[in-house]
Design a protein around this ligand. Structure first.
Ligand SMILES: Cc1cc2nc3c(=O)[nH]c(=O)nc-3n(C[C@H](O)[C@H](O)[C@H](O)COP(=O)(O)OP(=O)(O)OC[C@H]3O[C@@H](n4cnc5c(N)ncnc54)[C@H](O)[C@@H]3O)c2cc1C
Length: 434
């Protein structure tokens, strides 16, 4: 098998940038294409946590029982835009199937394998990029006001412990010492000492992208509008700037990957959980580590630009405009838990988590098209898994044994999914997709 020497990575989020860097490290010539600035998509506004405990799928039996109450609660973490429901149904059906206990165990084991390699994979890129200043060993806290709130996390924590994740129980006194800014309302606290976090996820992606460019990579700010694969074997990306023939291609367009994967012969039930944040630029207080509020399912982290409050999973189309009242709700919630917070000049943001119904990313060689690889669908843990995904894509390209069973991440697990994708851009077809 001959390996393409010139790679084009479409999508400059944390996943695409890490793919580009690992391919470059293998000696390939790499071009990264994004319609915006690298890191300005979902990777811009996340909570900045590389989760040691991020192996728990979203579809857990307990979550399913709680969904109706979450939807009824005006300050709840989950919302569905009801007109979108018919298009969401295939995703939801697969989500339900993923919550079966045997499937939950399998998904957690697969994610644990990725997370085990997540930290080392970042270390390689961060050292090479001189981005150590952007990373800190903070751990991560989860706090609960009620016994019922803690109970909702028990099954997830049992799963984490079975996979060796360290979780410490703190008393209210220890919690107050650790995070004095928190209101004294929390009965329970769990600390994950092995999580690391960044001072700013956008700065991290930007630093990695800058290193990629310095090391000889090309970054193009262009929107990809079509992918043409002719029966004769010619392969072209059509961007706003014209046509670009490609040799090897990595598709890393996050929540926008579904129509492109379909174009490349693979139907995926990819959807988006839209998440919101508020950044409070002058919060008047600092948290020593990211804190998750387990009863209300939102979180806070002190970043270089202020205090970020994150949360919400809004099931709506990728094209729907943001509903910033979801971000305003975060403001109501955070004022209760951080009473001395200065909330002036809060700025909202919305981003598209690229979500699969089984919480596993798609990391594989495209089965229907030569020299194309898929790297998308990282849901709630795309920052955590960015570097390991890049490493695995470069292993797949090189034909190296990564030492990891990659079959759980193969797109063929969705074989048989919908005959037509929900979103199909208007392609100017140049023959059958091979
Ligand atoms: C509120 C919130 C908090 C989160 N917190 C965490 C956390 O603490 N830890 C964690 O691990 N994960 C977290 N996540 C999830 C994480 O942010 C995502 O999984 C991750 O950013 C996905 O990265 P990506 O590179 O796949 O996608 P993106 O960052 O969205 O990148 C995709 C890129 O593709 C480009 N693109 C799309 N279509 C085209 C096209 N046609 N032409 C050219 N370019 C195109 C876009 O412009 C974009 O830059 C959080 C998410 C949210 C919303």
């Amino acid at each position: 098998m001959s390996i393409p020497r010139h790679f084009t990575v479409v999508g400059g989020g944390i996943v695409g940038v890490c793919c580009a860097l690992f391919l470059q490290r293998d000696g390939h010539t790499v071009t990264l294409i994004d319609r915006g600035e690298p890191g300005a998509g979902c990777s811009f506004g996340n909570a900045g946590i590389i989760h040691a405990g991020g192996l728990v799928p979203l579809a857990m039996p307990g979550v399913l029982r709680r969904i109706p109450a979450m939807l009824r609660d005006p300050l709840g973490p989950l919302v569905i835009r009801w007109p979108y429901l018919p298009r969401l149904a295939p995703f939801l059906w697969r989500f339900l199937l993923s919550a079966r206990p045997a499937r939950v165990e399998a998904v957690a084991a697969a994610l644990a394998g990725l997370i085990e390699r997540a930290f080392d994979s970042y270390e390689v890129l961060i050292k090479a990029s001189g981005a150590e200043r952007l990373i800190r060993r903070t751990g991560e806290l989860y706090v609960f006001e009620t016994d019922a709130g803690l109970a909702t996390m028990q099954a997830a924590n049992a799963l984490r412990r079975r996979h060796g994740v360290r979780i410490e129980t703190l008393s209210p006194g220890e919690l107050a010492e650790m995070e004095p800014a928190l209101a004294p309302i929390f009965r329970h606290a769990r600390f994950f000492p092995d999580c690391i976090s960044t001072f700013d996820p956008f700065d991290l992606t930007t630093a990695l992208a800058a290193h990629f460019r310095t090391a000889g990579g090309t970054i193009l700010r262009e929107e990809v509008r079509d992918i043409r694969i002719s029966e004769q074997g010619s392969r072209t990306l059509v961007t706003e700037a014209g046509e670009r023939v490609f040799d090897g291609l990595v598709l890393a367009t996050g929540a926008f990957s579904k129509p492109w994967a379909a174009r490349l012969g693979s139907r995926v039930p990819l959807d988006t959980e839209r998440g919101y944040h508020l950044i409070l630029p002058d919060p008047g207080l600092t948290l020593g580590r990211p804190v998750g509020f387990g009863d209300r399912r939102f979180g806070c982290i002190s970043l270089s630009g202020g205090l970020r409050v994150v949360g919400q999973a809004e099931l709506a189309s990728v094209d729907a405009p943001p509903n910033f009242s979801r971000a305003d709700m975060l403001l109501q919630l955070v004022q209760r838990v951080l009473p001395d917070l200065d909330t002036r000049n809060a700025r909202p943001w919305m981003g598209h988590r690229p979500s699969t119904p089984d919480s596993l990313p798609v990391i594989c060689r495209a089965p229907k098209v030569r020299d194309v690889w898929f790297a998308f669908g990282h849901g709630h843990v795309g920052l955590t898994l960015g570097a390991v995904t890049g490493r695995l894509i470069s292993d797949l390209v090189a034909g190296r044994n990564s030492g990891l069973d990659l079959s759980p991440f193969h797109v063929d697990r969705f074989a048989g999914f919908g005959r037509r994708p929900a979103h199909t851009p208007s392609f100017q077809s140049e023959g059958r997709t091979s």
